[in-house]
Design a protein around this ligand. Structure first.
Ligand SMILES: [Zn+2]
Length: 117
């Protein structure tokens, strides 16, 4: 087994909704003169759409569209059993303020329908 070749990275997909973090990554790429193209998406749905388009180029799926139906994330509080909508991963219980919860929905990822001509 020989010495492996360095991996060439041309594109980086950054999933981050914090502008300060995005600016930091941009500055780091510039400072270290990384020859990469940085793509920024705000959330997982946008990242999935970006990856779908990138991976479908030059395939039968080129030009097709990915329609994402977002599901509201819900959690159940471990301390008071309140069921509430999660605004983000760090949301706490609106009834008692507890951060201890069990995720009830919001991690689903399934193909509901596919239309092919
Ligand atoms: Zn609670």
């Amino acid at each position: 087994m020989g010495v492996s070749e360095p991996v060439k990275i041309n594109d980086i997909l950054l999933v981050d909704d914090n502008p300060a973090d995005v600016r930091l990554i941009h500055e780091a790429c510039r400072e270290f003169e990384l020859p990469v193209k940085l793509h920024v998406t705000l959330d997982g749905s946008e990242a999935l759409e970006f990856c779908y388009e990138a991976c479908s180029n030059d395939t039968l799926l080129e030009g097709s569209r990915l329609l994402i139906e977002r599901v509201q994330a819900q959690a159940s509080c471990r301390d008071c059993s309140c069921v509430y909508d999660l605004e983000n991963l760090f949301s706490s219980c609106p009834a008692c303020g507890s951060a201890a919860s069990d995720l009830l929905s919001g991690e689903e990822l399934r193909i509901r329908e596919m239309e092919i001509d």
